[in-house]
Write a protein that binds this ligand. Structure first.
Ligand SMILES: [Mn+2]
Length: 451
């Protein structure tokens, strides 16, 4: 599904007419979000726009190689100048100007050298708003922008928004939208936008091509995920032709990891546990582990993908991380056999998507015990669900989740495929292990975790 030419031209017009553009990706930012934001910054800047590019979190050191990385800022300046004008045309000459602040009131004191000021000489003017267009990239819904959104709600309702994304779950926010769920990355959507105008096309420098390719490589995990399409491969080739520095991307994104990250990954992989009955694979990282390794909970991102590629024959993959400020978070991925969003919603009021979800547990006295209890509850629910499915809809294993979106917003359309029905044995009973195994055979071909 390509973008509609009318939507492309509306987006171009909005950008061309804007003077001060705010660009931002989602919080818990990933390389696609940052590279999308920075490629917008680079093009809009070249078009002569005044741009602010936000990174809602401290930008990862590993992405420092990205062109214009230094332009990323973490705050939105919403200062709208308030101007008080004194008309001195009646012959008043100002000698001194001072102010004091008293009881939360600002007194501006004007001392004339000559003449006298009257009330009617005062004029009040509100200055220009800071931005006249907000471009939001790689973000399925506004709350995913995090605290910056919550702290500036008025700004997001006053200023027109251009929503550029590739998530199927996009809530269609904003006055202008460029949403292509068949695109493998947000940068792939942007590439279509940049190509749609001859002038913009000429602005595609090797730096911008590198940014666009970074999003494409990282969101497809180097073209391993099922969201990789012939078009994404074609675009990758075109970007290389434009001078994208693929080796530089690979070197920084995949081959450079701090020692603390490698150590914490090592510990997580060392602790893998498998429950053959429920086909759950899990690992857990405590705050104690992180202290020992000199790591922080953020560095556990990516371990889950590693679990999936290391042990491909399970149905549910879980990483439990004890959080620095209390509680634990569980990130879940699954094969098409299990809807983890439903599982997370049912067991711990979590949510997400059918194949990527999450939940959290706020209070417990012992992390390891809490993990064991979580696994027990998840196992019971999986077995229970099998029985219900068998008795009820007979094998409709996928279900639409009503859970809140806590994770996995990167789910792609092609992953929504339903699993094959469970076949009852002759005796009318069901072998859980066998039933679980069948759908996962199917999965081998499509295994992956699209972003
Ligand atoms: Mn993305």
């Amino acid at each position: 599904m390509a973008l509609h030419p009318d939507d492309l031209s509306a987006a171009r017009t909005a950008i061309q007419q804007a003077e001060r553009i705010l660009i931002m990706p989602h919080a818990n930012v990933d390389p696609d979000g940052i590279s999308s934001a920075l490629s917008c910054y680079s093009i809009f800047k070249a078009l002569g726009k005044d741009c602010t590019v936000i990174c809602p979190d401290s930008p990862p050191e590993s992405l420092k190689f990205m062109p214009n990385y230094g332009e990323l800022t973490q705050t939105i300046s919403e200062s709208q100048n308030f101007i008080i004008t004194l008309d001195c045309s009646s012959g008043v000459e100002v000698d001194k100007l001072r102010y004091d602040i008293e009881d939360q009131k600002v007194n501006i004191i004007v001392i004339p050298k000559k003449g006298k000021l009257k009330k009617s000489d005062v004029q009040i003017l509100e200055g220009m708003p800071s931005y006249d267009l907000i471009v939001i990239v790689d973000t399925a819904e506004l709350p995913l922008l995090g605290s910056l959104y919550k702290d500036h709600i008025d700004l997001f309702s006053d200023v027109p928004i251009l929503n550029i994304d590739h998530h199927i779950s996009n809530t269609q926010f904003g006055q202008l939208k460029l949403i292509d769920p068949t695109a493998a990355s947000a940068t792939q959507v942007l590439y279509q936008l940049f190509l749609s105008d001859e002038t913009w096309k000429r602005l595609l420098t090797p730096d911008i091509a590198t940014l666009l390719l970074t999003g494409l490589i990282t969101d497809t995990r180097s073209f391993q995920n099922p969201n990789t399409t012939p078009r994404s491969l074609e675009i990758a080739a075109e970007l290389l032709d434009l001078g994208a520095r693929q080796q530089e991307i690979i070197q920084h994104v995949y081959k450079t990891k701090p020692l603390s990250t490698l150590k914490i990954w090592g510990r997580a992989l060392n602790r893998i546990q498998i429950d053959p009955d429920s086909r759950i694979v899990w690992s857990a990282i405590s705050t104690e582990d992180m202290r020992e390794m000199g790591a922080v909970s953020k560095e556990t991102t990516g371990i889950l993908d590693e679990l999936i590629s290391t042990i491909p024959n399970a149905d549910v993959y879980i990483l439990f991380t004890e959080l620095e400020d209390g509680g634990l978070k569980a990130s879940l991925r699954s094969s098409p056999a299990i809807d983890v969003s439903r599982l997370a919603a049912k067991t711990f009021s979590g949510g997400g998507h059918a194949r990527a979800a999450g939940f959290s547990v706020k209070k417990f006295s012992n992390f390891s015990l809490a993990v064991v209890e979580c696994i027990q509850k998840l196992k019971e629910t999986i077995v229970q669900d099998r029985k219900e499915d068998e008795g009820g809809m007979r094998g409709q294993m996928s279900a639409v989740s009503g859970g809140q979106k806590t994770e996995g917003r990167n789910q792609k359309a092609e992953e929504k495929k339903e699993s094959p029905p469970v076949v009852l044995s002759k005796e009318g009973s069901i072998d859980i292990v066998d039933a679980l195994r069948k759908p996962s055979e199917e999965k081998k071909k499509k295994n992956g975790n699209g972003k």
